[in-house]
Design a protein around this ligand. Structure first.
Ligand SMILES: [Fe+2]
Length: 273
């Protein structure tokens, strides 16, 4: 299997490209999970965004430990896709991915409208990253792009406070990774942080997390973990060459179909030059 390689820029191609995109509605999905309440307040009341105190990383749970697959089995798994419906993903996956999805299925919360699966089988050289950023971040942020974001001075805005709205149940995630050489690093205990309500990227957020010296835990090889849209984590560079299978199951109210840009991101590893 050919491994696509891109230059690492730290821009975060997966976790929110800085490229401007047109926006037709502040909340085109019309669900509380994606309601950009702070952006709406700042625009309608012409008020400035502030900082707020939020309790992050309340959900980090290792729910199952599976046998770690061999490098030779991983090298022929050849499963790569993004935002595929769970039932379809089961049909189109290699044997290790199918086993992991079967192990995750009993833990699904089933409180959201959609359940998607992302899978990457990647070959890392030492120093490669799975995504184009190693900043601490949360997944599935409430994002506003286009003209509304530009009115606040940015091409893209992550509404961090919106994730803490009482009506908004965060998206739920189950993640698996197969190997010990490039784990995601999780803030695995709750941490109270004062952060800006709106951020254009995760640079400042990453600094705030690191300054507060959180309790960190690397995602163990072969394990399935449950986290949610308030759980802080970051990619780590590979410590040696080798294959890794990464799987994420997402329960969300946001209807998503993967663009070719996202699919290309998934196929790539990011190399620091
Ligand atoms: Fe992430």
């Amino acid at each position: 299997m050919k491994q696509f390689v891109s230059n690492y820029t730290g821009e975060g191609a997966y976790h929110g490209s800085t490229n401007s995109k047109p926006q037709i509605d502040l909340n085109p999905w019309g669900v509380s999970e994606t309601e950009p309440s702070t952006v709406r307040r700042c625009i309608s009341k012409r008020s400035q965004p502030e900082s707020f105190s939020g309790l992050f990383s309340r959900k980090y749970e290792e729910v199952s430990q599976l046998q770690i697959p061999s490098q030779s089995d991983l090298s022929v798994e050849n499963t790569n896709f993004a935002w595929k419906a769970f039932s379809q993903a089961q049909l189109e996956s290699g044997p290790i991915t199918q086993e992991v999805l079967s192990a995750i299925k009993p833990y699904l919360q089933q409180k959201k409208l959609y359940c998607y699966v992302d899978v990457k089988t990647q070959y890392f050289e030492k120093g490669d990253l799975a995504v184009d950023s190693n900043h601490f971040h949360i997944d599935g942020t409430v994002v506003v792009r286009g003209s509304y974001a530009e009115r606040l001075g940015y091409p893209i805005v992550h509404d961090m406070r919106a994730r803490f709205n009482r009506e908004s149940i965060p998206p739920q995630y189950f993640a698996y990774q197969s190997s010990d050489h490039c784990p995601t690093c999780f803030v695995s205990k709750p941490i109270q942080l004062i952060v800006p309500e709106l951020i254009p990227n995760f640079n400042e957020f990453d600094n705030i997390v690191r300054r507060n010296k959180p309790h960190l835990k690397n995602h163990p090889a072969g394990s399935i973990i449950h986290y949610d849209g308030q759980t802080i984590h970051a990619a780590t560079p590979a410590t040696k060459d080798g294959w890794r299978l990464w799987i994420r199951v997402i329960e969300t109210d946001k209807k998503i179909s993967a663009s070719s840009e996202i699919s290309q991101c998934y196929k790539s590893v990011y190399r620091q030059t």
